[in-house]
Design a protein around this ligand. Structure first.
Ligand code: UD2
Ligand code: MN
Length: 287
């Protein structure tokens, strides 16, 4: 079908930037031309099979490509629950996706933020076509299919309503749990700070980075943004970081040089698989 054959009724059904597929062509309504024209766009969709470790819908051509990055060490029970739960939801949402476990080797201090920075670099290397990166605690399970695993024009805090907080947001500046950022948004803030060793602070630091770059945080309705957190205690090697409030005071000053731009790590192993991709890393220890 050529674009001329998309009739007025079809045009009315199209929203701005909405993609339509007709046979092997994908069209979008050009927002500058309003409803005068429907232009063919360069296919964001590829007929090439994505690499091993990425799952894609078979009955339609996906245009949303999401990587889920999980900071991880020694939580196998949670990870098994997570993959069992997530695949069916993501497939019902018709997203092309890969799940990446960034597995910290050894017994050094845990550093969630640094593992997330590594995750970002590694997923973009594996598949540069991702348009959304979701940073995901392994112990959180979404409860509602309408909570789409996609990005927004502002960084998105997805886990606004968690059972352990009685499904209410504990404080407005929270940016932990599950968050979604486009590669552009994440690069703009220079990723996470690498300076938070142990539990706490790294999520609040990211909240500041976002606002410092004149962005804001988007949340969907708490009826939909519902999560269940598996029960757990504090892990060994991830003790509460008492200096986190002091480190947080210097957040703005560190942003330009502490983050993606200063990230150093070592990869011990990369395994790409449909259930999940495992990247085992060493991250060093605090200076
Ligand atoms: C909160 C935040 C979390 C993070 C953390 C402070 C929410 C809902 N969650 O979680 O995003 O900001 O505080 O750092 O706001 N992990 C392991 N192995 C370990 C330790 C941690 O896999 O030994 C991973 C795992 O994915 C876990 C995550 O790190 O879910 C966060 O650690 P947590 O679950 O102990 O912290 P929690 O629930 O207080
Ligand atoms: Mn937790």
């Amino acid at each position: 079908l050529q674009f001329q054959t998309i009739n007025a009724l079809d045009k009315r059904r199209l929203r701005k930037n909405h993609l339509v597929q007709r046979g092997k062509y994908v069209y979008k309504l050009d927002s500058t031309m309003e409803d005068q024209n429907v232009s063919e766009i360069h296919l964001p969709v590829s007929t090439k099979r994505p690499p091993m470790g990425i799952v894609f819908p078979k009955h339609c051509i996906p245009h949303r490509k999401t990587a889920i990055v999980i900071p991880y060490r020694n939580r196998l029970d949670h990870l098994m629950l997570f993959v069992r739960h997530m695949h069916s939801i993501l497939q019902r949402q018709e997203i092309e996706y890969g799940i990446y476990v960034i597995n910290l080797a050894g017994d050094a201090l845990f550093n969630r933020a640094k593992l997330l920075n590594i995750g970002f670099k590694e997923v973009m290397k594996h598949f540069p076509g991702y348009d959304c990166i979701i940073f995901h605690d392994v112990d959180l399970l979404p409860e509602d299919d309408r909570n789409l695993y996609t990005c927004s024009s502002e960084p998105k805090h997805m886990s606004a309503a968690i059972n352990i907080f009685h499904y209410k947001i504990p404080y407005q500046q929270i940016f932990g749990g599950v968050t979604a950022m486009t590669p552009e948004q994440f690069r703009l803030v220079n990723g996470y700070s690498n300076e938070y060793w142990g539990w706490g602070g790294e999520d609040d630091d990211m909240f500041r980075r976002i606002f410092r770059m004149c962005m804001s945080v988007y949340r969907i309705s708490s009826n939909v943004a519902r999560y269940h957190m598996a029960k757990h205690t504090h892990d060994k090697g991830n003790e509460v970081l008492p200096e986190r409030f002091n480190i947080l005071k210097g957040a703005d000053n560190r942003q330009s040089w502490d983050g993606l731009s200063s990230l150093e790590y070592q990869v011990l192993n990369r395994q790409y698989n449909f259930l999940y991709n495992n990247i085992t890393v060493l991250i060093g220890s605090p200076n």
